[in-house]
Design a protein around this ligand. Structure first.
Ligand SMILES: Cc1cc2nc3c(=O)[nH]c(=O)nc-3n(C[C@H](O)[C@H](O)[C@H](O)COP(=O)(O)O)c2cc1C
Length: 356
């Protein structure tokens, strides 16, 4: 299997623009989940090549809104990091990219993949893929405005009758983009169906030199290698799979190094991760961290087999003291509920994609 080929002949490192990243397996942004605290907790487990912030609206960034400041929060433990921006107005994207460069951020990613109506309505996200000329000009203007590496994250196209990713990838490379991440679904697919590895492969084949990063439905080490094998992509970005199994990057790294057996984290290590994540939330966001951790209750509940009543308390958490009490009980009541990691835990919008 090509895994053997990769682990013996391929460097684990990858170059994107002026950056050398130590692993080809990246965390995909999941707005509302992959904040600073989660990224730092995840990085400590090992094997993560790159993290990206949740998408930041360029006009909000320029206005210095509270929300965008929270999204831009980072620290020395949160490297390497790319900031993802979006918007339908080129001028704003250019200014936002310049602002990020001056503020010392390392790289900019342009979101051209988000399927949400409120984002597409403003001409941002996946909507831009419908206007290839505008998209290319927008990308070229941002690339020309900064010396930071500029990357693009996009879907295969708007719908299956307009698969624009290969064409756009080729044009973006000419415009000077350092890498492209491609989620192998169309905008109309939303998060439904399965990822089209062939579509990703066509995008990989459309570019000359820049790395293409494959994305979508990677939940296990085997999925990550299959993504590379079947698409020829140079790196893989993992979103929901990293929420379900934050150890996935470490497992990939161990597998590539030939360290066997690749062990699952034991229960104590999983609880320690929850505690570390929460401590970072409080350090970064004070008591607001209690609200932010609530979103993770279902995931931690399933992953750790937390009894339903404790999971429910985590979902309504008010204070750090209460958190400690819950964790103590999680330790004591070990084994009351089977742990499982159903994919549906990270909520994706449902219903007709036009109404998202
Ligand atoms: C809750 C949620 C939030 C997301 N937020 C972002 C985002 O801020 N920026 C972005 O480029 N993609 C975002 N995505 C898309 C993911 O990065 C990724 O492309 C998609 O989930 C497919 O990869 P996965 O199957 O590994 O999760 C989001 C997806 C979900 C489910």
């Amino acid at each position: 299997m090509s895994l053997i080929k990769w682990s013996t002949v391929e460097s684990p490192e990858i170059r994107i623009g002026n950056r050398t990243l130590s692993s080809r397996y990246f965390l995909s942004p999941l707005a509302g989940y992959t904040q600073h605290a989660f990224r730092v907790a995840l990085r400590r487990l090992g094997g993560v090549g790159l993290c990206t912030t949740d998408l930041v609206l360029a006009s909000h960034l320029l206005a210095g809104s509270r929300k965008s400041k929270a999204l831009l929060k980072t620290s020395s433990a949160d490297r390497p990091l790319t900031v993802q921006i979006f918007g339908g107005v080129t001028e704003e994207l250019v200014k936002a990219a310049r602002w990020l460069e001056t503020a010392g951020y390392e790289a900019v990613d342009l979101n051209m993949g988000c399927p949400m109506a409120k984002i597409n309505g403003s001409g941002g996200g996946a909507r831009i893929m419908c206007s290839p000329e505008k998209a290319c000009q927008m990308v070229a203007d941002v690339v020309d405005a900064v010396s930071l590496p500029v990357t693009v994250k996009m879907r295969l196209g708007w719908d299956r009758d307009s698969i624009t990713a290969p064409l756009l990838a080729r044009e973006f490379e000419q415009a000077g983009v350092a890498a492209i991440t491609i989620h192998g679904r169309t905008r109309n697919q939303g998060f439904g169906g399965s990822v089209d590895l062939d579509g990703i492969r066509q995008t990989v084949e459309a570019v000359q030199e820049i790395p293409v990063i494959g994305n979508g439905d990677v939940c296990t080490v085997e999925d990550a290698f299959r993504m590379r094998e079947e698409t020829g992509c140079e790196a893989v970005s993992i979103g929901r799979g990293a929420m379900m199994d934050p150890w996935i990057f470490r497992k990939i790294e161990m597998t590539l190094k030939g360290d066997q057996p690749v062990e699952e984290p034991d229960r104590e290590e999983q609880i320690a991760f929850l505690e570390h994540h929460f401590r970072l939330m409080i350090d970064h966001y004070d008591n607001y961290g209690c609200q932010l951790i609530r979103k993770f209750a279902a995931w931690y509940g399933a992953r750790l087999g937390i009894p339903e009543d404790l999971e429910d308390r985590l979902r309504r958490l008010e204070s750090a003291d209460e958190f400690q009490e819950i964790v103590n009980q999680i330790r004591e009541r070990h084994g009351e509920r089977e742990s499982s990691v159903p994919t549906a835990l990270v909520k994706t919008p449902n219903g007709p994609v036009e109404r998202w």
